[in-house]
Design a protein around this ligand. Structure first.
Ligand code: PNW
Length: 490
């Protein structure tokens, strides 16, 4: 599974673009400044601090609300083509609705967008990167179908207010994490933990909300603003532990349909709607539980058609590969739950490690995922909207560099050998930041942030230098000056 082959291809194709990503709640801070409303992450970290590994919060984060000019200087130093950032819904619309606009939020994002423009850095803006206004969560959040209208209104407001400065939009970041981790579990805010039920109510609403935001742009704004709209889907890519075991091969495909296909199939497949194996498994389990209907509501003909084809690119966030070891209910699965519905036992015992338990380094899995996307979704144009590695914040971050280099090398392999249409790459993340429930204990940044110093100084890590060279040359470095020096034993 895990091979570090010598890079066969080193040059990126003409027009391939590079960027780095952040998310509002992970960097901005200023959580209640100048009219910003409370969001679900403010709420979780203030009311259930025991759920955050180091007791930290996004109250100050990396203070990018005040220090954004410094951030833009770092982006300019790296030489990125684009910056993937997100809007804080509650900074713009404190209660989530358009009847109460926070002028300071509009000012903040206008100034940030202008600073990017002054450096020729294209913004790629995510409308929703997990920080739902608490006022909307109080109404049920993504489990409430009326959220389709609230999200459409918010999108409309953003297109109208900022659309002259933005050519690329992402509606949702990682719908799986939103629906499964936040509604089906307590891994993300609002930690509803309605396993096997709330997660599927969420996906029904979220996919419809996405489609409405897409159609709105296409019909009303695109003719004038001429931009693109996509969605970013996260994959843990699943492979059979034993590739010669037929049952494991089938189950790994099932797991991929449940994970990536849950949101990709309705939008990117020819047929539309949820993957067949999901519909089957959840219906079977629901009946066995004595329910009258499947916990997974299906899209009718209208919504199947309305959701299909609503993304100009396939945005992929990819970090890792896990293994399927056999059939059955995973020992960690709650009942009912998504994992029980998958019906496979999974393992993270693969590749090498990182500071995040879930993040195993398996570059070859990335290539397999990309080839699978080409096959499954009729060769879509793809942007990698996140990819990165966690450690404890070392400045000489050799392991992050080798992660980037090996994963980028797999992108070049599939572009050249398989004709997968990968058009751009986004590193997660510009700087160490509030890593959700892991707080600051897991660090993904190209820049180090010293959070014990109130000035929150940023320092370029070795990986920042690596990334800068990569962008300047549009090729992987030939001689490996970024290799960890061998330790001489005495
Ligand atoms: C992403 N997985 O989350 C998020 O978009 C970022 O906000 C976050 O900081 C970053 O990745 C690092 O965690 C993920 O299980 C959550 O494969 C889970 C997975 C991947 C990404």
């Amino acid at each position: 599974l895990c091979h570090t082959a010598l890079a066969e291809y080193t040059k990126f194709p003409e027009g391939f673009t590079f960027g780095v990503a952040t998310a509002a709640h992970q960097i901005e801070g200023g959580w209640n400044e100048n009219g910003k409303g409370e969001n679900v992450w403010d709420h979780l970290s203030h009311n259930r601090p025991e759920l955050i590994a180091d007791g930290s919060s996004g109250d100050v984060a990396t203070d990018s609300y005040h220090r954004y000019r410094e951030d833009v200087e770092e982006l300019a130093y790296l030489g990125v083509d684009f910056y993937r950032m997100s809007f804080s819904w509650a900074r713009l619309l404190p209660n989530g609705r358009i009847d109460n606009v926070n002028a300071d939020g509009v000012r903040y994002y206008n100034e940030l967008l202008d600073a990017l423009a002054a450096h020729n850095i294209e913004p790629l803006v995510t409308l929703f990167h997990w920080d739902l206004p608490q006022a909307l969560q109080d109404l049920g959040g993504w489990a409430n179908p009326h959220m389709i209208d609230y999200f459409r209104d918010y999108a409309d407001f953003c297109y109208k207010t900022f659309g002259g400065k933005i050519k690329s939009w992402i509606t949702f970041n990682e719908p799986y994490e939103i629906c499964e981790d936040a509604y089906g579990d307590i891994l993300k805010a609002p930690a509803v933990n309605s396993h096997g039920v709330g997660n599927y109510l969420c996906s029904d609403t979220l996919l419809k909300a996405h489609a409405e935001a897409y159609h709105l742009y296409n019909e009303t704004y695109k003719p004038v603003q001429d931009g693109k709209v996509m969605i970013s889907i996260n994959s843990i890519w699943y492979e059979p532990k034993d590739p010669s075991n037929a049952e494991q091969v089938v189950l790994a495909e099932t797991a991929n349909q449940f994970k990536f296909g849950w949101f990709a199939h309705p939008i990117f497949s020819q047929q539309g709607g949820y993957p067949a194996v999901m519909i089957e498994n959840v219906a079977r389990n629901s009946a066995a539980e004595g329910l009258k209907r499947s916990r997974l509501t299906q899209f009718d003909e209208y919504w199947t058609a309305r959701i299909k084809g609503t993304s100009d690119f396939l945005g992929i966030n990819h970090y890792t590969t896990h293994l399927v070891t056999g059939a059955g209910v995973d020992p960690g699965a709650k009942s009912p739950s998504w994992l029980k519905d998958v019906g496979a036992v999974v393992s993270t015992d693969v590749g090498t490690d990182s500071a995040s338990a879930w993040l195993r380094v398996v570059p070859s899995g990335f290539a397999n995922l990309l080839r699978w996307c080409k096959r499954s979704y009729s060769d879509p144009p793809i942007y990698i909207t996140e990819n990165g590695y966690s450690d404890r914040g070392e400045l000489m971050d050799y392991k992050r560099i080798s992660y980037f280099n090996d994963y980028l090398s797999e992108i070049l392999n599939v572009i050249n050998d398989d004709g997968v249409r990968v058009l751009g790459y986004t590193a997660w993340t510009l700087m160490d930041n509030f890593e959700w429930r892991a707080g600051f204990s897991e660090r993904f940044g190209l820049y180090h942030v010293n959070i014990t110093d109130p000035a929150l100084p940023r320092t370029a890590k070795l990986s920042a230098d690596y990334f800068k060279q990569l962008i300047a040359n549009r090729e992987l470095p030939k001689e490996n000056k970024y290799k960890e020096p061998a330790i001489t034993k005495v």
